[in-house]
Design a protein around this ligand. Structure first.
Ligand SMILES: Cc1ncc(COP(=O)(O)O)c(C=O)c1O
Length: 402
């Protein structure tokens, strides 16, 4: 018996990870709102649109018809068929709905299960920074070693293939990309993706590509799934979901597409974590995801993002002390605030407390991003305009006091 064991102590696995800074900001926003302050939040990564009406209605019908029991572990068959069709239309990659698609409870679960099913103790996984925080933390939880390549503002946060090659070792098992990218807004072009594929084949590693924002690309930029390159389907695991592109963050519905063997491995983790995603949600989405009305509502949402992005960029262009890399996709802008004399962390903290505008400090997304803040344009144009006025005031006061 371990008599000196502190029963409140976390496992070594949990000790390896830190709570997310994004959550800390969102919690502070809640506190300020509860104490009566009007906060303009350009912090969260969630569309402020309503979920498409047909999806809501079909889900309510499914509940009323008592589809409230377990579904297949892989997911409701009709939903998998619809996901296969959508993936084929959008990427040109054919996945067999019976064996190559797994429905998960969120993109986060998809990332979690994918990494747990690939990474063993000591395996190296190449990541780019800044990045969505889950990849690094899940690799650590899995006992793997995150090998982080810093992306540079001078390179417009694009991937430097030479750098990737330098970081590959005998232990490299996996490389993770996020395309379109949160937080940089990068959308990788054919040449970068082709070269990553070549490296993956040459050095025999797996590519996990998080394509959660695949529909949100701007200025005629073309999104390409890395699985669409010749012979890459079996070597890639693609993460996707409904949170961002269908305004369904609270529904927690995601999916994975990959070769049959890989899906079977991931399925085991899924079985022992959630068993299956809520049945009525799967049915509602299967019924409503491709109706004419849903298509119209989604395309209106995308058009609105186009306008908001331009509104935010135009506004930022006029503000002294801020500069940024033009985002090609997703709904974030990484802005460099170093000219104001503050770090991104201090800037975001003071902007929230003094001007009641919430943004995410860049260090929350990458250790080397201390000069940056992430601004989300998943908020109404009115909100964005008010935030821009407050940011301008804030910068003026900072630049004056220098
Ligand atoms: C790049 C990326 N992947 C995955 C997710 C997780 O999405 P979900 O809400 O479906 O868990 C997010 C959410 O912010 C994200 O930005």
């Amino acid at each position: 018996m371990k008599t000196d064991y502190d029963i409140t102590q976390d496992s070594d696995r949990v000790k390896k990870v830190e709570p997310s800074l994004i959550r800390t900001v969102l919690n502070r926003v809640d506190e300020l709102r509860k104490s009566g302050h009007e906060i303009i939040a350009l912090s969260a990564g969630e569309p402020d649109f309503n979920t498409p009406s047909d999806i809501k209605e079909a889900t309510i019908n499914a509940i009323n018809q008592n589809y409230t029991h377990y579904s297949s572990n892989r997911g409701y068959e009709k939903l998998r068929k619809k996901i296969a069709e959508k993936t084929w239309e959008e990427t040109g990659v054919y996945y067999d709905y019976q064996s190559e698609i797994l429905v998960t409870s969120s993109g986060a679960e998809a990332i979690n299960n994918t990494i747990l099913s690939i990474v063993d103790e000591g395996d190296e996984a190449i990541l780019f920074s800044p990045a969505f925080v889950n990849y690094e933390n899940m690799i650590k939880i899995s006992g793997g070693v995150p090998v982080i390549i810093d992306l540079k503002r001078e390179d417009r946060f694009e991937i430097d293939i030479g750098k990737v090659e330098e970081h590959i070792t005998e232990k490299t098992k996996m490389l993770v990309i996020n395309n379109p990218n949160n937080p940089t807004g990068a959308v990788y072009d054919r040449s970068v993706l082709e070269q990553l594929c070549e490296l993956a084949v040459k050095h025999n590693f797996i590519i996990v590509s998080d394509e959660m924002y695949s529909r949100l690309v701007y200025d005629d930029v073309l999104f390409r799934s890395i699985a669409s390159f010749p012979d890459m389907k079996e070597r890639c695991v693609i993460i996707n979901g409904f949170s961002k592109t269908y305004a369904m963050t609270g529904w927690r519905l995601g999916y994975i597409t990959a070769g049959e063997k890989r899906i079977n491995g991931i399925l085991k983790i899924h079985q022992y974590s959630t068993t299956c995603s809520p049945t009525f949600i799967q049915m509602g989405v299967a019924e409503g995801m491709d109706t004419e009305l849903t298509k119209k509502e989604i395309s209106q949402m995308v058009d609105t993002f186009v306008k908001r992005r331009l509104c935010l960029m135009k506004g930022l262009d006029k503000i002294k002390g801020l500069s940024y890399v033009i985002p090609k996709g997703a709904f974030y802008i990484m802005a460099d605030v170093s000219e104001t004399g503050l770090s991104g962390l201090d800037y975001a903290g003071r902007l929230l407390e003094e001007k009641h505008v919430a943004v995410i400090p860049g260090v929350g997304l990458g250790k080397r991003c201390s000069d940056f803040i992430r601004i989300s344009f998943a908020a109404s144009t009115k909100y964005i305009e008010t935030a821009l006025d407050r940011i301008e005031d804030f910068n003026q006061s900072l630049m004056k006091s220098e």
